[in-house]
Write a protein that binds this ligand. Structure first.
Ligand code: SF4
Length: 224
């Protein structure tokens, strides 16, 4: 997971007011198909599982690994005091939240004019504008320009996809079952905590009986 740590280190460090507002959804956000802590790349999921297995009590570990809600209103890692209980291993989406502001987004959009397709620049602006937060302070402004370039050029996504391809999610029995029930040959590249948990930790009997219906209703597999 060293490469993942190197990649995460490219994101400017931030300090958040700690209200936890971005870690749970209002009714309006939920109804408009927002999701907490998504997209979660396969390599990030395995990274968090390792942390949960090392740092949490057996009971909390059981609760977290048996959590199979695909799109929860509240992130399962949000603590009672509104802090993130997996802060050192939180995924990229949580690290990048609030790291850009309207000025740095506009500056990057201008800088990429002509170098990137217009649709890609528009997508970058739309996505980052949705993650601006006045309660987040950037502590490493010297990293912002490179971070903005990596976001707009899709470098983070490419690297996370590459690292995820090297990660085996579960054993051969689960993989065969997954292939048979879904027709997919590969594990999902991105999914939510609950979705990956269903694949990796749900009892095999549950998978055989219920996974096909769970999969049919899934809204977030590979960024759907
Ligand atoms: S992982 Fe942590 S920072 Fe990210 S949504 Fe959950 S509680 Fe919030």
């Amino acid at each position: 997971m060293r490469d993942l740590a190197v990649l995460y280190d490219r994101v400017p460090a931030t300090r958040c007011a700690g209200t936890g507002d971005c870690c749970w959804l209002t009714d309006e956000e939920f109804d408009n198909y927002y999701a907490t802590m998504f997209p979660l790349y396969r390599v990030e999921y395995v990274h968090i599982v390792n942390y949960v297995e090392r740092h949490f009590s057996p009971q909390r570990r059981r609760e977290l690994l048996s959590f199979t809600q695909e799109r929860p209103r509240r992130c399962p890692f949000l603590g009672a005091d509104h802090s993130c209980t997996i802060y050192p291993v939180r995924p990229l989406i949580c690290r990048t939240y609030g790291a850009m502001n309207p000025v740095s987004i506009a500056r990057q959009a201008m800088a990429q004019q002509g170098a990137l397709p217009a649709a890609q620049i528009r997508a970058f602006v739309r996505r980052e504008a949705g993650m601006v937060c006045p309660r987040v302070a950037v502590l490493e402004p010297e990293k912002v320009a490179r971070h903005a370039r990596m976001l707009s050029e899709g470098t983070y996504e490419r690297e996370l996809a590459r690292l995820s391809a090297e990660v085996e999610l579960a054993d051969a029995a689960r993989q065969q079952l997954f292939q048979r029930l879904t027709g997919w040959q590969e594990w999902p590249l991105r999914w939510s905590w609950g979705g990956f948990n269903a694949l990796c930790f749900a009892p095999l009997a549950w998978l055989r009986e219920h996974f096909a219906a769970y999969w049919k209703k899934a809204e977030l597999v590979n960024g759907k």
